[in-house]
Design a protein around this ligand. Structure first.
Ligand SMILES: [Zn+2]
Length: 126
């Protein structure tokens, strides 16, 4: 639990399910690649100031690099001496992983921000 009483495990579990990190009642996404501006259930703001989601992009890039390194290690162990196959597999991982991880990078970035400083709520007159 954080100092303000936000449970870490519950918040990360909500992020893993792509739900609002504050209440868990609504999805963070309104369509496959569009983040909601705010949670329709509790009013937590998902789209904050310009540049806020550079962190989500960074999280996706770093996780993709880790996935490529893990795939390279596995390929070197399982397919020694097959450089063409290795490069083809790594290229496929580098192309497909960031698309597959896109939603979770945004959701985890929101959850991390919620745990650190708390996401703002939408004002009633907005
Ligand atoms: Zn909510």
């Amino acid at each position: 639990m954080t100092r303000e009483g936000r449970p870490v495990f519950k918040t990360l579990a909500r992020a893993a399910r792509l739900r609002c990190p504050a209440c868990g009642r609504a999805s963070v996404f309104q369509s496959p690649f569009r983040v909601r501006p705010f949670c329709p259930a509790c009013g937590t703001v998902f789209q904050r100031e310009a540049g806020f989601f550079v962190g989500a992009i960074m999280l996706n890039v770093v996780t993709t690099e880790a996935a490529v390194l893990a795939a390279a290690g596995l390929c070197l162990l399982l397919l020694p001496g097959r450089a063409a196959t290795l490069l083809s597999l790594l290229f496929a991982v580098a192309l497909l992983f960031p698309v597959a991880f896109y939603h979770h990078s945004w959701s985890l970035w929101l959850a991390g921000d919620h745990l650190v400083e708390g996401l703002p709520r939408r004002r009633l007159d907005d």
